[in-house]
Design a binder for this molecule. Structure first.
Ligand SMILES: Cc1cc2nc3c(=O)[nH]c(=O)nc-3n(C[C@H](O)[C@H](O)[C@H](O)COP(=O)(O)OP(=O)(O)OC[C@H]3O[C@@H](n4cnc5c(N)ncnc54)[C@H](O)[C@@H]3O)c2cc1C
Ligand SMILES: *[C@@H]1O[C@H](CO)[C@@H](O)[C@H](O)[C@H]1NC(C)=O
Ligand SMILES: *[C@@H]1O[C@H](CO)[C@@H](O)[C@H](O)[C@H]1NC(C)=O
Ligand SMILES: *[C@@H]1O[C@H](CO)[C@@H](O)[C@H](O)[C@H]1NC(C)=O
Ligand SMILES: *[C@@H]1O[C@H](CO)[C@@H](O)[C@H](O)[C@H]1NC(C)=O
Length: 657
């Protein structure tokens, strides 16, 4: 908080002493507010003795105490009274009369106990001006492609395209490049309690300011950012508790569980589970937000072949709804919300503050990693044709591998010299399998590869625990590429049942690769949900697939506009049309999909699920407090100033006529 606050207002705020904590505020000009004027966050301690975020809530009693102080702005923190919303209007935008005044923002800061941050883009340290810092800039450039530096920042997105590519550290000093907010939020609340979340949600709803929710900034299509918004940053919700004997209300599950705050990242969960002697589910990415967008979208990972998706592990969810009220949803209480929050996507139905998930016994993992590069250059040991033949042989065998519980993460990227491809398997493993059994599983393929003259030398491994496999045989997250687009499809089992369809499937994927697409392809079976797992909103196509395939490409940032458009349109329309034609009525994984996917409602959620999700959304959020591109109900709104072929988050959010 760095703006000045009028003294008169501070004096009023000082009356809030029953709500005091021991913070003090440094105002611009160096005026330090005396301790006797300390003002603190507005919350009631509802779980005495607990320090969990859920112990501190905004309640009607707190609001009525504030109201009795005759503070105008307090009405802006009221819960939704259920009155019918009027005609939807554009969200308030900076510079408009509807945008809250500095004093109004100060009130939000005061009531959250000083947790309001005014956005400074992560790259600002590289641009001349008040935030310039050569050493920090150098560090940022050095770590740009590592996800962690972005998770630690309140507003950075790992795929900066959606923020309009402004203020990139790499571009500082380039003629014409400036450091603007672009698609970043204007303000952020650095939440640590449920009350902070409630204050922010109520404030956004009552002021008409756009609200976004951001946890780590991993999102591939800009769902956790937005111009002219207030962002709820969940990163610091780091509580984690092991519950040795959890019992779900319907007793559909009794056994060990972990309750984690919304800010817990994949590797933090993996480490904690290891410490408690169990196995917990997250994804490949180290810093992916487990209880954030990851599980909300379904969430798949190395244990999926054995236990289904992360959404299938969820037992209970703590959430602040669009009306500002806090509830705990499970299969019996708030059952519709519980259903929607598992597969219906992040940033749509409320803000999750904590999640309780089932965990599994410690087990062995066996697998392999390898990297091979093909090319046409003089010293290429492997021709592209031979690589394609080896890939085809592998893909044809997916049913056997997926049925055995495989998680095989393959990437096929343009090779460094540009004449071929680098195929990396990082890794291909099977949970709960010993090395001998694993070698037996892959032996027929290795024999076929040998006969094809495919020169691969897999490194086999076996471990006693997941963490050991994760720390030694998984790559680090690579993020931050500015000009990249991806799109994806789940390829159903059916495509392997019919020989000519299988030929078409394999040859289409190889043809897209030959045309220059990168291919990220998982051999995975998402259909094995744990016993008693309640129904969820997960895209049903997940349950019936053998492959999840991602296509995409990068382009030259300096390319002429027409070329950029051509590359982008080719992905969403040409390449994807071919994958859609192979999988009629099918779908994809909304967390790793294309923002321009046509009929995304069906592709991301499934037709029936979408009808139900939309009813839940309208009932729960009639004022559209929550909005994100491709989220449930998002079709009613648009971001101003976008190309027909790409939606960024750089403009004002307005209702469609
Ligand atoms: C390097 C990398 C590796 C990945 N690996 C995997 C993988 O192995 N498996 C897999 O399934 N996915 C994977 N993903 C995709 C990942 O699941 C999505 O990017 C997901 O959206 C990340 O969620 P987040 O909360 O970390 O990200 P954010 O970008 O912070 O948020 C994503 C979405 O969730 C919403 N959201 C975040 N927190 C909350 C909350 N507390 N309450 C309500 N809404 C919230 C946001 O509003 C936004 O809509 C990977 C992504 C990357 C970049
Ligand atoms: C409301 O104010 C009264 C009087 O100062 C105080 O005793 C009470 O604890 C406050 N209630 C809440 C919920 O803050
Ligand atoms: C908030 O309070 C300040 C100071 O009392 C006042 O100037 C401002 O108009 C109020 N804003 C709203 C939206 O009520
Ligand atoms: C956010 O809050 C956490 C916890 O109080 C604190 O450690 C951190 O410094 C804050 N971050 C920013 C950028 O204000
Ligand atoms: C599919 O391709 C294989 C290998 O190229 C070929 O032997 C087979 O005849 C094809 N099958 C069909 C039904 O086209």
């Amino acid at each position: 908080m760095s703006r000045s606050t009028p003294r008169a207002f501070l004096a009023i705020a000082a009356l809030l002493s029953p709500l005091v904590s021991s913070q003090s505020f440094l105002l611009r000009g160096g005026l330090k507010v005396a301790t006797s004027l300390n003002i603190g966050p507005a919350f009631e301690t509802v779980l005495p003795g607990s320090t969990s975020p859920e112990a501190f809530q905004l309640t009607d009693a707190v609001l009525s105490n504030l109201t009795s102080l005759d503070l105008d702005n307090v009405t802006l923190f009221r819960f939704d009274d259920g009155s019918q919303p009027g005609t939807p209007k554009c969200k308030a935008f900076p510079g408009e009369n509807a945008w809250p005044t500095a004093e109004t923002w100060d009130t939000l800061d005061l009531l959250t106990g000083g947790k309001l941050i005014t956005t400074v883009p992560i790259g600002a340290v590289c641009y001349q001006g008040e935030h310039y810092d050569a050493a920090k800039c150098e560090n940022l450039l050095d770590k740009w492609d590592d996800s962690e530096i972005h998770t630690l920042d309140p507003t950075s997105m790992m795929w900066p395209l959606f923020q309009g590519l402004t203020c990139l550290p790499q571009n500082a000093g380039v003629a014409g490049e400036t450091c603007e907010l672009g698609g970043s939020p204007v303000h952020v609340i650095n939440v640590t309690t449920v009350a902070d979340v409630q204050l922010a949600v109520n404030f956004a709803r009552n002021t008409g300011v756009r609200l976004v929710v951001r946890n780590t900034g991993h999102d591939y299509i800009g769902k956790s950012t937005g111009a002219g918004s207030l962002s709820i940053w969940t990163h610091h919700l780091k509580d984690l508790d092991f519950i040795p004997a959890y019992s779900s209300p319907s007793t559909s599950y009794t056994g060990p569980a972990i309750k984690m705050g919304a800010g817990i990242e994949g590797y933090e969960l993996y480490q904690a589970a290891d410490k408690f002697g169990v196995t917990a589910m997250s994804g490949e990415g180290r810093t992916v937000g487990v209880a954030g967008g990851y599980t909300a979208g379904g969430g798949f990972g190395p244990m999926t072949g054995k236990y289904g998706l992360s959404a299938d592990q969820v037992l209970s969810i703590d959430v602040v709804r669009p009306d500002g009220r806090f509830v705990t949803a499970d299969e019996q209480k708030h059952a519709d919300l519980f259903w929607a929050l598992r597969g219906g996507g992040g940033g749509t139905f409320g803000v999750v503050t904590s999640m309780t998930v089932r965990v599994h016994p410690r087990m062995a993992f066996s697998g392999m990693t390898f990297t091979v590069t093909s090319g046409t250059g003089a010293d290429a040991a492997l021709s592209n044709e031979r690589l394609y033949a080896a890939l085809a042989a592998y893909m044809r065998r997916f049913p056997a591998f997926a049925d055995a519980g495989t998680y095989a993460y393959g990437t096929l990227l343009p090779s460094p010299d540009g004449t071929g491809h680098t195929w990396a398997m990082q890794p291909w493993l099977v949970p709960d399998m010993g090395l001998d059994e694993y070698r037996e599983l892959v032996a027929p393929l290795l024999a076929e590869w040998k006969a094809l003259g495919f020169p691969v030398e897999p490194e086999f491994f076996t471990t006693d625990s997941f963490l050991e496999a994760y720390e030694n045989h998984f790559p680090s997250d690579l993020v931050g590429m500015p000009t990249v687009r991806t799109a994806s499809r789940l390829i159903p089992k059916e495509n392997w049942a019919n020989p000519s369809l299988l030929n078409d499937t394999v040859s289409t994927l190889l043809d897209l690769v030959a045309q220059g697409s990168s291919l990220i392809f998982y051999c995975i079976n998402g259909g094995r949900t744990p016993a008693g797992a309640p129904a969820s909103a997960v895209q049903p196509a997940w349950r019936d697939a053998y492959m999840f395939a991602i296509v995409g490409t990068i382009w030259d940032a300096a390319a002429p506009a027409a070329e950029v458009e051509r590359v982008n349109v080719r992905i969403s329309q040409d390449w994807m049309a071919r994958l859609r034609a192979l999988t009629p009525g099918g779908g994809t994984y909304l967390n790793e999909a294309d923002v321009m996917e046509p009929a995304y409602q069906e592709a991301f959620y499934g037709y029936d699920n979408y009808q139900r999700l939309l009813r839940i959304k309208r009932d729960l959020d009639p004022r559209s407090v929550f909005w994100a591109p491709t989220a449930v109900g998002s079709e009613g709104w648009y971001v101003k100033g976008q190309e027909s072929w790409l939606t960024l988050q750089t403009g004002q959010l307005c209702p469609r006529a």
